[in-house]
Design a protein around this ligand. Structure first.
Ligand code: NAP
Length: 335
């Protein structure tokens, strides 16, 4: 039997990376051909332990036994801020899924340093398929109108760097997380406690929604299975475009009683920023998120790109907003 290929998954304890681990280990064919090496800064944290047990269907066992019994190797600690730790994380890896978390530092410089460090280490390790969790460059897309969507621009700069240094790579561009909505962007508001989806954009704006935890891995699985086709390509990671009106309408279909008075509302820009400020967000992040929302209406999250080509590599069905809403915790209590 041919030996298994190693895929190193960054962010394995998080939403995107965790989904990739789950998709590979949950597929009997992929499980037989891949060893998953999940990366965390702390192997002792509960989310790392939870992942280990996801791989080990039998019992909680020692790390060594775990790595032998399952194809999840969880014995590598690496820190993106310390490039020297990346070497062991990538040793022998055929593929890499890499994601950075902008919101931890809220610094484009830190994010770019981390992304470039992974890319450099992957090049040095001779990785054959690098999958970068990217996003479009909004300063370019908007022709200089929206220059503060830094967490998009910095990922796009890393994408450019990856292309420049010439590693064989595919680019996964996650859509707008469905998890942003229940209890967050859509919640019960006074005076009548109506369920309200309030954003600073017209309710007809299209939002490409992704069930990040369940569906990121489905896209990455498609990318791995279609390496030749996806090398150099951008894969748009979303189920479909939904307008704010459609998001609320489908919520009403799932929860007819609570949904009676539900509505989508276009908020004035200053009201939206004020609410973020009240939640403790600094002015720079308020403006960044406002521009992030304006993007949806004024230029399109993906600049108007269609999703069909990206869907053509999928083996698994994606989660619809209706299916997600029915199970989302803050909504589920309504049933
Ligand atoms: P997440 O669930 O918060 O998880 C973050 C992961 O990154 C954790 O596994 C963490 O690992 C790892 N990590 C963070 N700093 C690290 C470091 N210095 N070294 C090694 N690992 C590190 O994040 P996510 O949701 O999967 O991805 C976040 C990214 O998604 C953000 O950059 C954001 O811009 C992007 N995004 C968000 C949306 C949205 O709608 N919200 C849409 C598209 C893209 P440990 O803590 O275990 O070390």
């Amino acid at each position: 039997m041919a030996s298994k290929k190693i895929i190193t998954v960054f962010g394995a304890t998080g939403a995107q990376g965790g989904s990739v681990v789950k998709a590979i280990l949950g597929d009997s064919k992929l499980r037989d051909s891949w060893t998953v090496r999940g990366i965390t800064r702390d192997v002792s944290k509960p989310s790392a332990k939870a992942l280990e047990s996801q791989g080990a269907e039998t019992v909680a066992v020692s790390l060594l036994t775990l790595s032998l019994r399952t194809n999840l190797r969880y014995d590598i600690e690496a820190n993106l801020d310390d490039a020297s730790t990346l070497k062991s994380a990538l040793k022998g890896a055929y593929a890499v899924f890499a994601v950075t978390n902008y919101w931890e530092s809220q610094s484009a410089d830190v994010e770019m340093k981390q992304g470039k460090a992974i890319a450099d280490a992957a090049k040095e390790a001779g990785v054959s398929h690098f999958i970068w969790s990217s996003l479009p460059n909004i300063t370019e897309l908007s022709k200089g109108v929206l220059t503060n969507v830094k967490h998009f621009d910095s990922k796009a700069h890393i994408e450019t760097y990856i292309r420049e240094i010439g590693i064989p790579a595919s680019f996964f561009l996650p859509g707008f997380y469905m998890s942003n909505i229940p209890g967050g962007m859509m919640r019960q508001l006074p005076p009548n406690n109506d369920w309200t989806l309030g954003l600073p954009i017209p309710t007809s704006s299209p939002v490409p929604l992704l069930n990040t935890v369940d569906d990121t891995g489905k896209f990455v699985k498609g990318i791995l299975l279609n390496r030749e086709k996806t090398l150099g390509a951008r894969i748009y990671g979303a189920t479909a475009y939904y307008t704010l009106t459609e998001i609320v309408k489908e919520f009403q279909e799932v929860f007819p009683e609570a949904g009676k008075s539900a509505k989508a509302v276009e908020l004035p820009h200053e009201v939206y920023k004020g609410a973020l400020g009240q939640a403790g967000m600094p002015e720079s992040a308020q403006e960044e998120l406002l521009q992030n929302m304006r993007l949806l209406n004024e230029f399109g999250y993906y600049g108007g790109a269609k999703l069909d080509e990206s869907h053509s590599i999928l083996v698994d069905k994606l989660t619809t907003w209706k299916e997600y809403a029915a199970k989302a915790k803050p909504f589920a209590e309504l049933k």
